[in-house]
Design a protein around this ligand. Sequence first.
Ligand SMILES: Nc1nc2c(ncn2[C@@H]2O[C@H](COP(=O)(O)OP(=O)(O)O)[C@@H](O)[C@H]2O)c(=O)[nH]1
Ligand SMILES: [Mg+2]
Length: 436
Amino acid sequence: MGCTASVPDPDDQDPFLMDKRVNAAINQSLQSNRKNSKNQVSLLLLGAGESGKSTVLKQLRLLHKGGFSDQERIQYGHVIWVDAIQSMKILIVQARALGIRLDCDDWSGSLYQYKRMVLKANALQQIDTSIAGGNNFLNEYVLKYSEVRRAKRRQNSTGIANNSFWDDNNSPRTGNNDRIVEEEVEAADAEVNGINGTTEKYSRSQIAEAIDMLWKYDSGIQQCFHRSNEFQLESNAAYYFEKIYEFAKPNYLFTNSDILKGRIKTTGITETNFHINSFKFKVLDAGGQRSERKKWIHCFDNITAILFVVAISEYDQTLFEDERVNRMHETLVLFDSLCNSRWFLNTAFILFLNKIDLFETKFSPQSLHKYFNDFTGNTVEDGISYFEKKFLAINKTNKPIYVHRTCATDSTSMKFVLSAVTDMIIEDNLRKSGLI
Ligand SMILES: Nc1nc2c(ncn2[C@@H]2O[C@H](COP(=O)(O)OP(=O)(O)O)[C@@H](O)[C@H]2O)c(=O)[nH]1
Ligand SMILES: [Mg+2]
């Protein structure tokens, strides 16, 4: 009583009905996945090193994540201060290499003392390296500013433009690694401790004065700066020099603009999550230099859109990794391999022609023609549309490529660009999920 024997339901045995139930379950699961995925967007920032990927990410953070913490402002302050000193040192040293006569070379002139001061200033003694980024910062510092490393970079490279994210032909030869690390540590020690006895400790205001005087009054420094495409110099060195007195003030709090103009090299892949109009955006920012690119493939799955950043102003510059390779040539090869890759046949592609401000400043038809001899135009606009067409012609797939001309350091214009981009990505995602 009260107990009923379980009698097998005849429907359970019916293969047709069983199939129907399985299908219904699959559909339900697909629908719920779609509902989730329609609200989730993964955006991957790609492009060569120093093209502006992390700056775009900074702008997204300003717009959607409340900006930068005080800790970050202090960190960027340290990094910019060091880069300002080193950039002026580089101009002095490179002038010699390029045969440019500097006013400050004249030991009886008033600028001589400032040159001595900059060359003898120990940039690392000026800051707290642990706040600037600890070991990562020091490694990057040594890599950037050691002449020894410059020779190594070339030795370990093939000297040709390369997409190098499938293989690691360009990674340092393993046998040399230990020696390279040792040399880096030695070079860093020499800088930090002034082992070679060539450094002196100056106050920030003394250094600011020296940099300002050389920048404003040494015509050779200006000449050398205008040839900075021939060596490696921070994109925004001029900005650092112009604001050097402000940066030297002990209580100066680095502004959003300063942080946008500062550079900390990205290594590995960073993930930042945003909420934009009830959508979850996951933005992946990858290091762009050759040795970093082989990590890219690990995040190629489930990408909604690729944002490829090109520094259009760098058409006359060479790679940091290999000074025999033109930056734009390498970027074109890289774009080809990504845009036409089987991974991204159906992935929305957005192209930022970035550093438009620097392009406008440096552009001359002759200089562009020198590096791209099929260029026949005259104006800045001709130059930009020449590159725009060049990139679009690379696309062999059916997907459209959305192009924007950008100055990633300018918050006002980036606000519009980024809102157009996020709207487009959201719409594209909804269409692909079959919801519009
Ligand atoms: N003037 C100017 N500088 C830019 C622009 N975009 C990026 N930069 C600077 O270029 C440097 C490298 O940018 P970053 O975003 O770190 O490049 P990434 O290596 O691609 O991540 C930084 O100092 C930025 O401030 C731009 O449109 N104009
Ligand atoms: Mg970066």
